[in-house]
Design a binder for this molecule. Structure first.
Ligand code: SF4
Ligand code: SF4
Length: 170
């Protein structure tokens, strides 16, 4: 069985990943969503989490397992993942919006307050998204962590952004 169809996850595939929190946990507030399905020797996510919420276990090729109750949604692990497979989702942000923290490696970086396009896992534009925060300290190397607000029903859908004035925009 493969977890990946057409190069990205569908909703059912996500549910069986050990790094994806339950719907009940998602409703409670910010929590990490680890969309990692490649059994490769890799563990920066485990090392980045100071709370011990991510466990790879004895074999370094294990998929990262999340203990969602230990996760504060701090986002430290987002920039640490070389596969750009980690997000933080807050489904309790407001009555109408969720927030998503995602890794971003393009230049220029969006600015706080800017409205960008929210893209799904297939790279299709699904909404406008407001940039709430841009974190790009030196220790994150070339990966910025962008926090965006999206319509609440798209918190588990939006996984990338595109700047409005980007050449890539259709
Ligand atoms: S968001 Fe923070 S607390 Fe949660 S798994 Fe990542 S590093 Fe750990
Ligand atoms: S750092 Fe990223 S790619 Fe590596 S095991 Fe963790 S989630 Fe997977």
């Amino acid at each position: 069985m493969t977890l990946i169809k057409d190069g990205f996850f569908d909703a059912d595939e996500l549910k069986i990943l050990p790094g994806v929190p339950s719907e009940e946990r998602l409703k409670k507030g910010p929590v990490v969503v680890i969309e990692c399905a490649q059994q490769i020797p890799c563990n920066p996510c485990e090392e980045a989490c100071l709370k011990g919420a991510i466990e790879i276990g004895e074999s370094i090729v294990n998929l990262p397992k999340l203990n969602a109750d230990m996760c504060s949604g701090c986002g430290l692990c987002v920039a640490a993942c070389p596969g750009q497979a980690i997000f933080v989702v807050d489904m309790a942000y407001s009555q109408t919006e969720a927030t998503v923290q995602l890794p971003y490696e393009f230049l220029p970086c969006p600015k706080e307050g800017e409205v960008v396009a929210g893209l799904n896992r297939a790279g299709e534009k699904v909404c406008d998204a407001k940039v709430l925060k841009v974190l790009a300290p030196k220790k994150f190397d070339r990966t910025a962590v962008i926090k965006i607000a999206v319509p609440k029903n798209l918190g588990m859908i939006v996984r990338n952004i595109q700047l409005k004035n980007s050449d890539k925009e259709d």
